[in-house]
Design a protein. Sequence first.
Length: 281
Amino acid sequence: MPEKDPVQEAEKLVQEANKRKMTLRLLGGIAFRLRCPSSMKDNLKRKYVDIDFVGTRKERKEIQNFFVDMGYTPRTTFNTMQGFRRLIFNDIDNERRVDIFLNEFEMCHKLDFTNRLKLDSLTLPLADLLLTKLQVYEITEREYRDVIAMLTDHTLGTTDKSDVINEKYIAQLCAEDWGLWRTITLNLERISSALPRYIPTQESQQLVKSKIDALWKTLDSEPKSFRWKMRARVGEKVKWYELPEADREVVDSRPQDQRIAGAEQPRGSSSGIGNGSNPSS
């Protein structure tokens, strides 16, 4: 059965998937928790509601069987309709949801992780984790805390070593996509201005700010594609991001007889199906 603690459960799931030779990598808040010690500091600590993964489309059937084996209930209708890009499973007892993105992560912007999943055995590489937070247009407390924790603990560089944020990789993606570049630079500005709210000392604030400035400089210096330049001419006159719809964390989509036969339905869940658009990571 799933562990009550979501961090322990996330680690257990990855370990078991690795034993089965499956490619399943963490993203979202728990990934930051595992990779960034500063995420446990009082000023950056936060709750973890669900568990998010990236897997491969070719292993879709194996992933579905795996989560059933591990005690999860599939969001049946959603998985049937959207399973080529994303799967959702529920831990009914702990009122927790698991999202599995297949190859691509698509929220405010689309990020393709197909060639990034073998670079680490636990989570996505740090640069990709950072991108999943900086691509959020309507940035929240979750993003502020996670990004600041990562920039506090890790250095910028040009490799995908486990303790390095590959700023060159981020810059190359942004140089091809003006919309992604605009959202990321907007969020870097927001986070830089908000540092005093999350970091108590000026010295620590300056450390993070220096990394934000360095990343911004790298983004600016990377040669831009023709497509980027053409989109830049239009600028903010046309919306450059998507806003995923919110969805309830846990939806018990088991047949009625199974719900009655099982434990009492937990508070806050309901029968039916949500669109599964926006995970709280």
